[in-house]
Design a protein around this ligand. Sequence first.
Ligand code: ATP
Length: 364
Amino acid sequence: MPQHDVKQQQEATTHDIVLVPGDGIGPEVTAAARRVVDAAGVAVHWIDGPAGLEAVRVAGTPLPEATVEAIRRARVALKGPTATPFGGSYRIVFESGGRDGTPRSYPSVTVALRKELGLFVNVRPVRSYPGIASRYQGVDLVIFRENSEDLYLGIERMRDADTAEATKIITRGATERVARFAIDYMQRTGRRRVSIIHKSNILKLTDGLFLEAAQAVLSQAPGIEVSQRVVDAACMDLVMNPEACDCLLLPNLYGDIVSDLAAGLVGGLGVAPGANIGSDCAMFEAVHGTAPDIAGRGAANPTAMILSAVMMLRYIGEADAAYRIDAALSAVLADKACVTPDLGGTAGTRGMADSIVARLQARA
Ligand code: ATP
């Protein structure tokens, strides 16, 4: 197809994307990401998806089933952080729509969305950006965290008044599924080395199964070098020589912990993007939370949310726009003249987004 026809065809595609503004700094950073995506010329039909405290106010629940349904239909969501409105024993309950018709209950909006939409892997790229102060430069790695099982199933009980018990579940099926996803992602992005992270020297059955099942799948992938490391040694490798890491595949709990450790290597939560991906749907969200201490001040760093939107654009086939936004953001970060206070600047969220938009338009 001639180049101009390809372009026209791309211009004709309008993507349905559910935008979940969320709580705290969520509305500020998602608005910045939306502006940048629009300024890159991607045709998006944004669908409002209330969740969190605002949803409690308007719909009486932190996660209306209509929001889940909207994401199921659109297949893509860009999500701001959401607060879990009640502490203690509060849970989100869905009465309908389950496979076996029984109610399902979840401890938080994010867990509910991951489970309801079958988002089985959490992908977190960790990359150094010039201009962002951090202990390391030249870090460029990707973490694949299994998202559906392990201790996060929340199966806990008191065996007696003084003994608490949690159940760790690892299945061959879920492990093979996340390993196959890692292969596909690595092949599409030209990555060559993956390390399976586990603690099978102690947890011989559960982590032993994770290691064995992941190895069996990954070793079939041509051109991919597979290694394995116990999680404690992997943490030491990461803080001593993160530049040497390429891809890491982990069960849910280690994945959660190691992801934040890795984010800290390159400048912290303000710059860490993420994606939750399933077979039919994907939800893109920054790693950081609602940051109530700076919410409403227009001072939140929109970088993590914009980088999450960049991942989203690659997922929906808008690689050119993703590349242009990444380049414009990198230039703004490197220049340092228009960045938020956490990065040592004096700009607000909106001002930083304005600066990225100006770079995008200058390159157009
Ligand atoms: P939550 O309860 O929603 O997890 P939290 O405050 O416990 O919120 P984060 O929201 O992740 O956790 O914030 C941790 C710290 O990092 C806070 O001091 C916050 O101000 C800072 N922070 C997080 N995200 C950003 C951001 N995008 N820009 C600037 N600072 C941020």
